[in-house]
Design a protein around this ligand. Structure first.
Ligand code: ATP
Ligand code: ZN
Length: 226
């Protein structure tokens, strides 16, 4: 078990789509930090709540390892790493505690525009490029479809044109990227948004009170936003 701590640590994305909205949300909850915008670690001033600025991919693991207590990350990333853990028999190590009303997107299957989409049976024997192999594999298995999952870390949308896959499974918000690559969305695997992620069990020290207080403040702030 991780050692007791009396300060809370929250991991947020350093750069990218969720970085600014996550920081603004925490600021609206009354948190502030010593000037350290370009650092990995920001020391909490108004409360004993420190920030870790990291890649979004690292956030679920930081919570699983007890390095951070909370994280702000896309449900897509949290679910993917959770599904990947389950596939290799590891226990659940984090959970989504609150939806945060930003970072909305969908994980979707998209096929070449000229395909006439008739349903998932069409996927049998096809190669699907994705950065979400565990979510996709679970989704296919639940539908009894035998397709090949091709894992790519980026530029998934060009895979059909390159011939490395027949279709893709990727995040979509406006659909402009798909259209630019002559692809069209056909199925939604996941409706995603940024979430506050936390551990499965609340730590048994001073952090418990801080976590409860932050959740209360968050509920006030997120609920008045819309
Ligand atoms: P990092 O350097 O932290 O790994 P990244 O490239 O993985 O960054 P971003 O592109 O900044 O991440 O996306 C972060 C999150 O924003 C996504 O995981 C997703 O939850 C959300 N998001 C919202 N809209 C989109 C979109 N159109 N494409 C990709 N992600 C989106
Ligand atoms: Zn990432």
């Amino acid at each position: 078990t991780a050692p007791a701590r009396d300060r809370l640590r929250i991991a947020i994305q350093k750069n990218g789509r969720l970085a600014e909205p996550a920081r603004s949300l925490l600021t609206a909850c009354g948190l502030s930090w010593r000037q350290s915008r370009d650092k990995l670690f920001c020391y909490g001033e108004s409360l004993p709540v420190d920030l870790l600025l990291v890649r979004d991919d690292d956030i679920p693991g930081l919570i699983a390892d007890g390095v951070c207590d909370f994280g702000i990350v896309g449900r897509n990333e949290l679910d993917e790493q959770g599904a990947a853990r389950r596939r290799i028999g590891l226990p659940d190590a984090y959970q989504a505690l609150r939806g945060l009303n930003f970072g909305q997107c969908r994980l979707m299957l998209a096929v070449p525009e000229e395909w006439e989409w008739t349903g998932v049976e069409q996927l049998a024997g096809k190669r699907i490029a994705t950065s979400y192999p565990a979510i996709l594999a679970d989704w296919l298995a639940a539908r009894g479809v035998d397709a090949q999952v091709v894992e790519l870390s980026g530029s998934v949308e060009i895979a059909p044109r390159l011939g490395t896959a027949d279709l893709i499974c990727d995040l979509v918000s406006s659909g402009a990227t798909l259209a630019a690559n002559q692809l069209k969305p056909v199925e939604t695997l996941l409706e995603s948004e940024a979430v506050l992620a936390g551990p499965v069990r609340t730590p048994d020290d001073a952090r418990a009170g801080l976590m409860a207080m932050l959740l209360r403040r968050l509920d006030g702030v997120v609920n008045v936003q819309d």
